[in-house]
Structure formats: structure tokens, C-alpha cells
Design a protein around this ligand. Structure first.
Ligand code: SF4
Length: 219
């Protein structure tokens, strides 16, 4: 047990065993091993991906943190680094890949585009942030974020993982997790979770003009 955790019980180790025996919690050792072997998924969306590649190269070298095994298959990855502009065309693929990752899994929004649309926020082809669809764990600001910023984001994720407990983590509960409905790309992007709202708006739009609620006058 660490002295910094006042809620943990303390165990006295006999003097003859000190230096040979360590007492810790399962959560602590489990989180330590998981957080030092994060395998990111190997994919990039735009210019931020170049910085992500630089972070993997020898100068910054994120293998120092146990993250060197970037996997090209979602079933072998546990962190998705969304690095770049999220276009509507790519969202169904990103959500599908996220659903295919095994749990526990995490998402980093790298850069202004993935976090909130960035310089293309008003663009008709761009989604203003991947958090409209996926649960983001860490946001990394910048356009583009430097490799140091990405490393800081990954270390922040490590700290977050180290705070988790098996008792409370959703992936160890008895309930099975439900996949995120994959958005449908048509003339525009449709989020299946918004079907009810879209239906209501269509109903409202199809009513004759005199039955529609009047807009407030600002004069
Ligand atoms: S945040 Fe900047 S560098 Fe990153 S993908 Fe968007 S425009 Fe490119």
C-alpha cells in the first residue's frame, strides 16, 4: 500500500522480510501493467497524423512508455488516437473501428480538428469534434499539437487508467456494453441516435405553414 492513499489499509511487514516482500492491491498492479502497455491503433486522418508519426520515431520515441506496438487491427488496439480532421465521410468507419476494439478501450482527440472541428468547424463536410460520436478520454489542444503535447496526452491517459478500479469499471460489470450505432452517410450524416428528433422535425416541417409555431419577432 502506498502512504499517499489514506483509504487503503496498511500492513506491517516483519523487518526480516522488508526488501523482499511488497504488499499492494490487485487494482494497482493491474493498472500499472495496463497503463504501461497501451497499444494505439495505427491510423491517421490528416496533418496531425504526421506529428503522431514523429512521436513514434526515434527523437520522441513513445516506446519508452510501452506504446510502441501500434496495431493495424482494432481487435489488438486499446487506444484510438483520432489525429486529424474528422470528415463526415470518415465518421462511419471511425465508429465501426471503435466498436471493433476490445474493452477496456480509450479515445484521444488529438488536435483542434478532432477536438472541435478546428479551422474547418464551419465546413459542410466536417464534424465539429469526434466527441459527437465517441466517448473521448483526453483532448490534446493545438493545430497541430507537437509530439511533446501528444506524449503529455498519453501520459494523462496513463494517469487516468491508474485511477480506475475493477469494481467500478463498466467493462467489468455484468452488463454487456452496447456498440455505438454506426452513422449513415447519405446527402448528410445521420446519427441513428437522433432518429426521434429527426422524425419530429420532419413532422413539423411537413405541417402547413399556418399550423407551425410562429417564430419570435426580434423587432
Ligand atoms: S488540428 Fe490543424 S494540424 Fe491537426 S488536422 Fe486539423 S488543421 Fe491539420
Amino acid at each position: 500500500m502506498t502512504q499517499s492513499d489514506p483509504s487503503s489499509p496498511r500492513y506491517d511487514i516483519p523487518p526480516e522480510l522488508q526488501g523482499q516482500v511488497t504488499v499492494t492491491t490487485l487494482d494497482r498492479i493491474y493498472n500499472w501493467s495496463r497503463s504501461n502497455s497501451i497499444w494505439p491503433m495505427m491510423f491517421g486522418l490528416a496533418c496531425c497524423a504526421i506529428e503522431m508519426i514523429a512521436t513514434a520515431s526515434s527523437r520522441y520515441d513513445f516506446s519508452r512508455f510501452g506504446m510502441e506496438v501500434m496495431r493495424a487491427s482494432p481487435r489488438q488496439a486499446d487506444v484510438m488516437i483520432v489525429s486529424g480532421t474528422v470528415t463526415k465521410k470518415m465518421v462511419p468507419q471511425i465508429v465501426r473501428l471503435y466498436n471493433q476494439m476490445s474493452e477496456p478501450k480509450y479515445v484521444l482527440a488529438m488536435g483542434a480538428c478532432a477536438s472541435g472541428g478546428g479551422p474547418f468547424k464551419e465546413g459542410y463536410t466536417v464534424v465539429p469534434g469526434i466527441d459527437r460520436f465517441l466517448p473521448v478520454d483526453v483532448y490534446i489542444p493545438g493545430c497541430p499539437p507537437t509530439p511533446q503535447a501528444l506524449l503529455h496526452g498519453l501520459m494523462t491517459l496513463q494517469r487516468k487508467m491508474q485511477q480506475e478500479t475493477m469494481k467500478k469499471s463498466p467493462w467489468y460489470s455484468e452488463k454487456t456494453s452496447t456498440p455505438i450505432p454506426v452513422p449513415i452517410l447519405g446527402p448528410d450524416l445521420i446519427d441513428p441516435r437522433q432518429y426521434d428528433l429527426i422524425h419530429q422535425q420532419n413532422e413539423l416541417a411537413s405541417q402547413p405553414a399556418e399550423t407551425q409555431p410562429e417564430e419570435e419577432s426580434h423587432e
